[in-house]
Design a protein around this ligand. Structure first.
Ligand code: FAD
Length: 117
C-alpha cells in the first residue's frame, strides 16, 4: 500500500480537478435550476469528502465564503479562490487565477450541459 500522504494527495488532485473542470463548464448564464444543482453539488461534495479533517475545514470555508453560482466566471473564480484558501492553510503556493477557464478544459468541445430538455 502507498503511503497515506501520497494517497491523500492523489485524492486531492483528483477532487480538485473534477471540481475546477465542472466550474469551468458551468453555464455563463445559468437558470435557477442550474444554480440549485451547483450549490447542492458543492455542499454535498464537502459533506462526503472522504478525509474527515479536510471535510470539516472545507465546510467551515464554505460557510465563510459561499459558492458564487451566478455565472461561469464567478463560479470558476470562486473555486480558484477557495482552493487557494486550502493552499494557504497547507502552506502551498498561491495559484494564479487569471486563466482559470482555459486551465480546466474538459475536452468536451462545444458540448453543452444537459439542460432542461
Ligand atoms: P493540489 O492542491 O491537489 O492541486 C492540484 C493542481 O491544481 C495543482 O498542481 C495546480 O496545478 C492546480 N491548482 C493549485 N491551486 C489551484 C487553485 N487555487 N485553483 C485552481 N487550480 C489550482 N489536504 C490536507 O492535508 N489537509 C486538508 O485539510 C485538506 N483539505 C482538502 C479539502 C478539499 C475540499 C480538497 C479537495 C482537498 C483537500 N486536501 C487537504 C488535499 C490538498 O488540497 C491537496 O490536494 C494535496 O495536498 C495535494 O496537493 P498538490 O500540491 O498535489 O496540489
Amino acid at each position: 500500500q502507498m503511503a497515506n500522504e501520497t494517497l491523500k494527495a492523489e485524492l486531492g488532485n483528483a477532487a480538485w480537478k473534477l471540481l475546477h473542470t465542472i466550474l469551468a463548464r458551468y453555464p455563463e448564464a445559468p437558470v435557477e435550476s442550474e444554480k440549485v444543482y451547483l450549490k447542492r453539488y458543492i455542499e454535498s461534495f464537502a459533506q462526503v469528502y472522504p478525509c474527515g479533517d479536510c471535510a470539516r475545514h472545507f465546510i467551515k470555508l464554505l460557510q465563510q465564503y459561499p459558492p458564487q453560482i451566478g455565472s461561469r466566471k464567478s463560479a470558476a473564480m470562486w473555486g480558484c479562490f477557495i482552493h487557494n484558501k486550502v493552499n494557504e492553510r497547507l502552506a502551498k503556493p498561491r495559484y494564479d487565477c487569471t486563466t482559470i477557464l482555459e486551465d480546466y478544459d474538459c475536452g468536451c468541445g462545444a458540448d453543452e450541459l444537459l439542460g432542461d430538455e
